[in-house]
Design a protein around this ligand. Structure first.
Ligand code: GRG
Length: 294
């Protein structure tokens, strides 16, 4: 199967899995469940699920097992977007082409949607029999918890909020992004691999690949933001805080950021090279991520 076809089939599969695993809209409390579904369904590239499927297929994990893992990852990701969009953080009114949850519902609901999606993720991941090996399942739960918490995504977000209007070094920016965006992307690769059978050397290799691709994702995101801003002559209205945030482009410049993206993609490919054809999908996802802005 060609990559675009594979990607579309995983995206469809994940949409269906999320649809089934999210509490029904008719189930009380209806407003909260409707808002959880509103936030999660019908949008997004599903990059983290794609990475989990790619690594999981490589490790021989069944698609049914990967469905649950993909849902756990996407639930954490959506929770982070819903909270990130709130007035106390980035104060965004649009996400995935529709009004953000606090705009469509209200702030308290948005807070609860994030909370409930986060715990739903761990409920999914701890389903009995989801992993061949109970030790690997516990490892996956711990990995996702760490990647989401203060030593991962939430920690990166805290640094991000603290850096508004300040000048930070390239090293500090990298530290922030490895945590804020990179940790969950890295966890996606690792969780997929843990759902199948993978030796420790390969897991270590995938861990390094995850680190490269997590950072790559953010560098590309910064480039895309810059290119979009330039095209629309600046997103001035209502985005002051986000505009003052340091990015790869603001710290090292657009051309060096593009060079960095290429270098990170090369490092990701180099890390996967010894895995041969088994890592084909991971290589294709790397190219998909890096090719977006160029
Ligand atoms: C609130 C704890 C907490 C964390 C928020 C990830 C994050 C941390 C905030 C998102 C803000 C943001 C726009 C970050 C830049 C990179 C990024 C994660 C973009 C959104 O992810 P995509 O492109 O989105 O995968 P889709 O909609 O495709 O799922």
């Amino acid at each position: 199967m060609k990559f675009p076809e594979w990607m579309a089939s995983v995206q469809r599969r994940v949409e269906q899995a999320l649809e089934q695993r999210l509490p029904a809209a008719q189930l009380a409390p209806q407003r909260l469940h409707q808002a959880m579904r509103y936030a999660t369904l019908g949008g997004g590239k599903r990059v983290r699920p794609l990475l989990a499927f790619a690594a999981g297929e490589m490790a021989g994990a069944t698609p049914e097992r990967l469905d649950a893992i993909a849902c756990a990852l996407e639930s954490i990701h959506v929770y982070s977007l819903v909270h990130d969009d709130m007035p106390c953080m980035d104060d965004d009114v649009l996400r995935r082409g529709k009004p953000t949850v606090h705009v469509q519902y209200d702030e308290a609901t948005a807070l609860l949607v994030g909370d409930a999606l986060q715990t739903l993720a761990f409920e999914q991941l701890s389903t009995l029999g989801l992993f061949e090996d109970a030790g690997n399942q516990l490892r996956a739960v711990a990995l996702l918890a760490k990647a989401s918490g203060s030593r991962g995504m939430a920690g990166g977000q805290a640094i991000d909020l603290d850096s508004v209007g300040k000048s930070i070094t390239r090293e500090e920016l990298e530290f922030m992004h490895i945590h804020k965006t990179g940790a969950l992307i890295r966890a996606a690769v690792m969780l997929g691999a843990l759902a199948g059978t993978t030796d420790d050397a390969t897991l270590e290799r995938l861990n390094h690949f995850g680190k490269c691709i997590g950072l790559l994702f953010q560098v590309v995101d910064d480039i895309l933001d810059e290119v979009a801003d330039t095209a629309t002559l600046g997103k001035t209205a209502g985005k002051d805080a986000a505009q003052d945030k340091p990015t790869y482009v603001s710290i090292i410049g657009l051309t060096p950021a593009r060079t960095l993206a290429r270098e990170l993609a090369e490092e990701a490919h180099g890390t996967l090279a010894p895995l041969g054809a088994a890592a084909q999908r991971l290589k294709e996802i790397t190219d998909y991520i890096v090719s977006r802005p160029f």
